[in-house]
Design a protein around this ligand. Structure first.
Ligand code: VGL
Ligand code: ZN
Length: 208
């Protein structure tokens, strides 16, 4: 018998936090629109995990940590190129909280990322050196969870990097596009969607 993705799969809710919603420090256009859709999904998925961007003050990914650097400029760091962001999601501050409308009741695990001062972490699985693990792959494997669906913020950064790494780690991955919103810096959304499809991520234009 064919079962629905929601019955087999694990929903991974990416960074639905105050700073990524309108009015926040790194607001994603219409980012708050995902909240109700994600609540509807998480009530139906068998397993739910949420990620939380969680940076110390003075994090190396902040433009304010570099002399004369503008937010949204790109620099080279030891682990590769890094977009410099406005200060956001500082651990323990209100901006790092989940959106108040997000239903956390169905969430089995919250995984924080980006807490090391000198390395960013877009992906739920690895920091931006693409090799330091967050522990999420081990958690999912140990629980026998192999089929992952991603929703949240932002499509072209943390959602895309998470789904790419999921496939790299041997999971199957879908992105639920209606429940994601993008930052879209100089074509980053189009580039991300092409890369996702090339990597074998299922880009779903309708919700399951
Ligand atoms: C994110 C930029 C910086 C995201 C997090 O959640 O997509 N983007 N930190
Ligand atoms: Zn961040």
């Amino acid at each position: 018998m064919r079962t629905d993705l929601t019955e087999r799969g694990t929903l991974i809710i990416v960074d639905v936090q105050i700073d990524f919603c309108p009015g926040g420090a790194l607001a994603v256009d219409r980012g708050d629109e995902v909240v109700g859709l994600i609540n509807g999904l998480s009530a139906r998925f068998a397993h739910v995990v949420a990620t939380q961007d969680w940076h110390p003050a003075g994090h190396l990914s902040f433009a304010s940590s570099h002399a004369d650097a503008a937010p949204f400029s790109v620099i080279e760091l030891g682990y590769g190129s890094q977009t410099l962001w406005p200060d956001h999601c500082i651990a323990g501050t209100p901006g790092a909280d989940f959106h108040p409308g997000l239903d956390l009741t169905p969430v089995d695990l919250v995984i924080r990322k980006g807490f090391r001062p000198t390395i960013d972490s877009y992906s739920a699985f690895f920091e931006n050196d693409r090799s330091t693990p967050t522990g999420l792959a081990g958690y999912l494997r140990e629980r026998g969870l192999t089929e992952l669906a991603f929703a949240g913020l932002a499509t072209d950064f943390c959602v895309a990097w998470s789904a790419m790494d999921a496939v790299r780690c041997g999971f199957s991955a879908s992105i639920l596009m209606p429940a994601c919103r993008a930052i879209d810096l100089s074509g980053s959304l189009e580039a991300a969607v092409a890369a996702l499809k090339g990597a074998g991520v299922t880009v779903m234009e309708e919700l399951p």
